[in-house]
Design a protein around this ligand. Structure first.
Ligand code: 5GP
Ligand code: ZN
Length: 113
């Protein structure tokens, strides 16, 4: 198993976990870009949003609800947060295992670079 996020999901590579369910895992990003920067991933290896299929609908829904739960647990539901899914080379995706970034704790500018 060479995928780094599959290895994080299985626990083979340690991470600072925020929550985990049967289907998704959330953990702090190694290189935070905001005071709160958490990654939420499906345990199943789906390469990207671009590779997602209709049979992934349930886990993709769970992933977004897990982002909400991370925001609630870290107390930024009211102040706000950003959910980002970088996809493919021009999207800036560097790890080919689908992941949502939950960014919060400062005012985030728009548009992104
Ligand atoms: P991407 O650029 O693909 O959207 O996001 C990948 C993210 O994974 C980056 O923000 C990077 O800091 C994070 N990352 C890469 N390797 C590791 C790791 O081993 N542990 C953790 N916690 N985060 C990682
Ligand atoms: Zn993977």
């Amino acid at each position: 198993m060479s995928c780094i996020f599959c290895r994080i999901a299985s626990g083979e590579i340690p991470s600072h976990r925020v929550l985990e369910t049967e289907n998704v895992v959330a953990f702090h990003d190694l290189s935070p870009q905001a005071p709160i920067h958490v990654l939420v991933i499906p345990r199943a290896h789906i390469e990207s949003v671009g590779a997602a299929q209709p049979e992934h609908a349930a886990v993709l829904g769970e992933l977004l609800l897990a982002c909400r739960q991370v925001a609630e647990q870290l107390r930024v539901l009211e102040s706000g947060f950003r959910v980002v899914l970088n996809t493919g080379p021009n999207g800036g995706q560097t790890v080919p295992h689908l992941h949502a970034h939950v960014l919060a704790g400062r005012h985030l500018t728009w548009p992104p670079g």
